[in-house]
Structures are given as structure tokens and as C-alpha cells.
Design a protein around this ligand. Structure first.
Ligand code: ADP
Ligand code: MG
Length: 601
């Protein structure tokens, strides 16, 4: 009942009102040239669902170019190109990844991932194609695919350990395992013996019988294709005698409806579900034979499968690449660690300088007035009253010689001063806090000559202190900035160079994974993981070195340490360590993303 209704909705009125299958691939006047070298000139071809078409012609006639156009790797210069309802001649890059998951490509040069073995190559293609499929099902399918090309016993072999013919078979198995809607095979029988050629031919034929549209490029005609496109003439020949297009698999077919995409021998092949034109535009429709093998799973199982596949595709693959590239990443780790260590140390110095500067600013607005030895009580009281009356003065505190001594002995480095002499060297004094630092000089000179004040050494005011302090801060900051800048330039050069090496080694991988239809996060993810690992290691290394230096200094050389970095306690060190590790993660990720951009370019 429902099926009937669906069929009715699906039906698009053809010229004679019959059920009509939209073409899987349609080229109208497609022209492609490389620069000034025209390769394809006005090619017209319409391929129905489930049809097997062969493209033949001498070497250099444009067979590969035609397949690459259909795969969206190239854009036609003129004409229309439709693949499964998508106009590849217009919004070219949009939806390309989705298309690639529907359209599989068997490359002439196989393009297996060099660092994965035969089985893993197929597994990755399946994970990329549909990350919602549980791993066990993916493995199972991959093994079946290898068995179908008689290579199950070579599943652990890496591409470089396989013969060209074996690689070709793995490539075919990888393409077929994803159960594509359209299969593009570029010279799939090249470097293959008769027996294996027969196996591959049969597999492609079976795929077509199950509803996959197959376009094979071969320099000489060998396939049981229903039609043959000859290049460079672009003539389409019917080859109806070679192959019965339908082999009783229950797929519906309409008789020729004369609308230009019938396949030449009077048959339009269509799987029932594949015939709905709107379903071609909306992807992810289960095809009959796929639905039979992978029934829709419960939501939680799909989420679990997705999580597991994302973990494998991103985290595991990233860590794997990282450990393989470790020879290349070591200089990056070293450079980042050194840079961070330098920055961390400078940050600690900065903390010390800032604390000292704050102390200085506090002390600078304070001037100590030294009292004369013979000053009377009245004279001192008069001086105090005079200072308190001054509008520039905030407060006046009397300091006895004992207080001055006690204060001095609290200071680091001065603590043994008291024991040096049996008499107290400090005179009685007054601490005068002035409102503005700039007014200190005026207040200091106003007390000079007062009877209560020591005539030889009246105040602690030293006009040079301020300029010296500022000068010191400027010079220290300049040196630190210069060192960091210089180091950053060196680090950039080293990192950029190392990343270029990594990018070069990964370019092929990224390109292949992209052609398999990988989503952006599948490509970027492993690089982020690699970068985070590199950065975390570099940050941890730098942090460990700083922490070790701090602990050793505090433990064994505390006097030197407290003089070099006064006020830098374990809290500030902890902040600096956290900052160093964070900076490491950021730098590592940034470097990796730089490498990714280079690898993708
Ligand atoms: P076939 O697969 O039939 O041997 P191709 O499609 O690979 O032929 O190439 C067709 C022509 O286009 C050849 O002359 C080839 O040199 C040229 N060609 C192919 N790819 C490129 C390219 N990327 N840049 C420039 N010329 C190319
Ligand atoms: Mg070719």
C-alpha cells in the first residue's frame, strides 16, 4: 500500500508517462583543456543507473581526464556535467565531499595510503565513507572485499610490499567495499594477469548488476560494457551483444522512452528505489542490497560507532602519525621547549622586577629625614608640626634608632649588619610620606637647614634614583624583548622548516583521504592531535626544566635566588608553569595547522 503510494509520488512524467530513471552521469558538450592543450571536445554521454560503460582510446586521449571530471577533481571548461543530480559544472566545490562518498574512484596509480596495510586501507575508506557503521561490521566488510579479490592472505602487507597487480586489486576492493553509487575505474586491469583480470571484470559486472553505475577507462576495449565511448572522437558505440544488461536480479526496468538517456540497446536499468529522481538529490538512501546487509541500527549504537570511529580516525591516527614523524618533530619540540623556557624565565624576572618597581614606587614617595644628634625635643616637635602643615605631605612617622635597626635587619642581605657593630649606626629619623612622587624633591629641600635636621646628611632623597630606575627598566625590558624577538624568529624558521618536511610526507595522505570523501574534521583532526601532542611535550619539558631550576635554587642557593629574583614565590612559579604549558599547546597546534595548510595546498 505504502509502496504503491511512494511509487506514485516518485513517478516523474516522461514523454510517454512511464517511470523514468534519471541518469547517474550526464555529460552535455563537455570540453576540457589543460592550458592551450584541448583534451576533450564536446563530449556527450549519458549513463543510466546500473549501466556499465567503457571509455577507450589511445594513451593521452583524455580517458583519465574524463573520469576525473566526473569525480569532481577537475572542472569542465564548457558544457554541462551532472553526477547524481549534482551539477558539477556550476557550484563545483560545494557538496563535493558528499559526492565523493557516493562516487568511488579506482586510480590508475592505485593511490593506497602508503603507511597503512591492505586491510587498513579498506577500513579507513569505509570509516571515512560512513562513520556510523560499527567497527566490527567495517572490518568484516573489508575482509570480505579482500577475499573477493583473492587477497585475504595479504591483508597485513603494506602497499610497497605488494605487486602492482595486487595493489590494483586492493584498490578495486577498496572502491567496491564502500558500495558506491557510481564507480569510476581507471585502467583497472593494468598489470594484471588473465585470471585476476577475469575476477576484476566479474566484480565490476556484479556491481553494475546490483545497481552501481560503472565507468571503466581502458586503452583497449576489454569490458562487457553496454556502450563504449571512444576517445578522442567522443563517439558512443552500442555494444548490446556483449552483455545482457539485466541478469534477473529483480530490478525494475522501463522500456526505452526515447528521452535521450536510454542506454542504446533499448533498456533503462534502474533499481526500484534508485528510480526516484528526488531521492537522487537527497543522499544517504539505503539501496536494496545495502539495506539487506546493514539494517538501520539503534541510535545509541550509531552514536557509539561514530565515537569509536572518530577516535580511530582522529586520535589514534594522529598519535600514530606523530610517533612515525617523531624524527621530524623532535626539532620542533626542542625549539618550542627552548622558546618557552626562555619566555618562562623572562616572565619570572618580570615578576621580580614588577614587585621591585612597586616597592620602589612606594618607597620613592617616602623620604626619610635624618635628625641631628643634638636636636632638642622642641626642635623635633617644631619640625614635625611644620611638615604636617605642608599640604604636600600625607603623613609623618617618627622612627627611633632601635626601630631603624630592627627594620634593616629584616631585609635580606642586611640581616647580619646588626652583629657587625656593637653600637647602633642608625640615627633617629622621620618618615615623611609625600602625596606625589614629583613633590618629594621639594619637601626634602624644605627641611634642609632646619635646626632639628642632620646638617651633613639631611634626607634620604636622591634625585638620581628615579632616572636610574627608569633607565634600568627600559634597558632590561629592551634586552628581554630583543632576546624574545630574536628567539621567536629563529623558532619560526626552525618550526616552519620542520613543518614543511612533515607536510611533504603527509601531502599524499591528505590528498588520498580527501579523494575518498573525508570530511574536514577527519583531515584536520589528526593534525590537531599531532600538534597538541608536540606542544604538550614541549610545554611539559620547558615547565619541568623551570620547576627543577626553581626547586634546586630554593633548596641549595636560596640566598642567591632571593637576591636574583626577589618576591618570586612558588605561587608565581606555578602560574608561569601553567602559562608555559598552555603556550606549548597553543604553539604546537598552531604549528600543526600551518603544516596542514601546507599539506593540503
Ligand atoms: P589518458 O588517460 O587517456 O591516457 P589523460 O586524460 O591522462 O589521457 O591525458 C590527456 C592529455 O592531457 C594528455 O596529453 C596529457 O598529457 C594531458 N594532461 C593530463 N593531465 C594534465 C595536467 N594535469 N596538466 C596538463 N596536461 C595534462
Ligand atoms: Mg589515463
Amino acid at each position: 500500500m505504502r509502496a504503491k503510494k511512494e511509487a506514485a509520488t516518485r513517478q516523474r512524467p516522461g514523454t510517454n508517462g512511464e517511470l523514468e530513471a534519471p541518469p547517474a552521469v550526464k555529460l552535455v558538450g563537455v570540453t576540457k583543456s589543460y592550458g592551450r592543450n584541448p583534451v576533450l571536445k564536446g563530449v556527450n554521454l549519458t549513463v543510466a543507473q546500473g549501466e556499465l560503460v567503457e571509455v577507450t582510446g589511445p594513451s593521452g586521449s583524455g580517458k583519465t581526464t574524463l573520469l576525473r571530471l566526473v569525480h569532481g577533481q577537475l572542472r569542465p571548461n564548457a558544457g554541462e556535467l551532472w553526477v547524481r543530480g549534482r551539477g558539477l559544472h556550476r557550484r563545483w566545490r560545494r557538496g563535493l565531499r558528499g559526492l565523493r562518498r557516493d562516487v568511488a574512484f579506482v586510480f590508475q596509480e592505485q593511490r593506497l595510503l602508503p603507511r597503512l596495510n591492505a586491510l587498513e586501507n579498506i577500513v579507513v575508506a569505509l570509516q571515512v565513507r560512513d562513520p556510523l557503521v560499527p567497527n566490527r561490521a567495517i572490518k568484516q566488510r573489508a575482509i570480505e572485499a579482500l577475499e573477493s579479490v583473492k587477497l585475504a592472505h595479504r591483508r597485513r602487507a603494506y602497499p610497497h610490499q605488494l605487486s602492482a597487480g595486487e595493489r590494483q586489486r586492493v584498490a578495486v576492493a577498496r572502491a567496491l567495499a564502500t558500495r558506491p553509487r557510481v564507480l569510476l575505474a581507471d585502467e583497472p586491469l593494468a598489470s594484471m594477469d588473465e585470471e585476476n583480470a577475469a575476477i576484476i571484470t566479474q566484480l565490476l559486472e556484479d556491481a553494475a548488476a546490483k545497481g552501481t553505475t560503472v565507468i571503466v577507462a581502458s586503452h583497449r576495449h576489454t569490458f562487457p560494457a553496454s556502450r563504449i565511448l571512444r576517445l578522442p572522437s567522443a563517439k558512443v558505440m552500442t555494444n548490446g551483444a556483449r552483455r545482457p544488461l539485466l541478469n534477473g536480479n529483480g530490478h525494475a526496468n522501463g522500456s526505452s522512452n526515447g528521452n535521450g538517456h536510454a542506454n542504446g540497446n533499448g533498456h533503462t536499468v534502474a533499481a526500484p528505489a534508485a528510480s526516484a529522481w528526488w531521492r537522487i538529490i537527497i543522499p544517504a538512501r539505503p539501496r536494496p542490497h545495502r539495506a539487506a546487509k546493514t539494517p538501520q541500527l539503534a541510535l545509541w549504537r550509531r552514536i557509539a560507532a561514530f565515537t569509536a570511529n572518530a577516535y580511530r580516525l582522529v586520535l589514534l591516527s594522529g598519535l600514530r602519525s606523530w610517533s612515525r614523524d617523531v624524527r621530524l618533530t623532535t626539532p620542533v619540540i626542542g625549539t618550542i621547549a627552548l622558546l618557552l623556557m626562555l619566555c618562562g624565565t623572562i616572565a619570572l624576572v618580570g615578576v621580580a622586577v614588577e614587585r621591585a618597581a612597586m616597592d620602589q614606587a612606594g618607597e620613592a614617595s617616602m623620604v626619610r629625614v635624618y635628625l641631628a644628634d643634638g636636636a632638642t625635643q622642641d626642635e623635633v616637635a617644631a619640625l614635625k608640626a611644620k611638615l604636617t602643615a605642608d599640604s604636600r605631605v600625607v603623613s609623618v612617622t617618627e622612627i627611633s634608632p632601635e626601630q631603624a635597626l630592627a627594620e634593616a635587619s629584616k631585609r635580606h642581605g642586611l640581616d647580619n649588619l646588626a652583629s657587625l657593630s656593637s653600637t647602633n649606626p642608625f640615627p633617629a629619623s622621620m618618615d615623611v610620606r609625600v602625596r606625589l612622587v614629583t613633590q618629594v624633591g621639594g619637601v626634602a629641600s624644605s627641611v634642609v637647614g632646619d635646626p632639628a635636621v642632620d646638617p651633613s646628611y639631611p634626607t634620604s632623597y636622591d634625585p638620581d634614583t628615579y632616572s636610574r630606575l627608569r633607565h634600568f627598566a627600559l634597558v632590561a625590558g629592551g634586552i628581554a624583548g630583543g632576546i624574545v624577538l630574536l628567539f621567536a624568529i629563529v623558532a619560526y624558521v626552525v618550526i616552519a622548516n620542520s613543518m614543511r618536511g612533515i607536510a611533504a610526507s603527509r601531502r599524499q595522505e591528505v590528498a588520498i583521504t580527501r579523494l575518498l570523501g573525508a570530511r574536514s574534521w577527519m583531515l584536520r583532526g589528526p593534525f590537531v592531535v599531532e600538534g597538541l601532542t608536540t606542544g604538550a611535550l614541549a610545554g611539559a619539558l620547558a615547565a619541568a626544566l623551570i620547576a627543577a631550576a626553581y626547586l634546586l635554587a630554593v633548596r641549595f642557593e636560596s640566598t642567591v635566588y632571593f637576591q636574583l629574583l626577589p618576591g618570586v614565590d612558588s605561587t608565581s612559579v606555578q602560574y608561569v608553569l601553567a602559562a608555559v604549558i598552555t603556550a606549548g599547546l597553543v604553539l604546537g597546534t598552531a604549528t600543526a595547522m600551518l603544516g596542514f595548510r601546507k599539506a593540503r595546498a
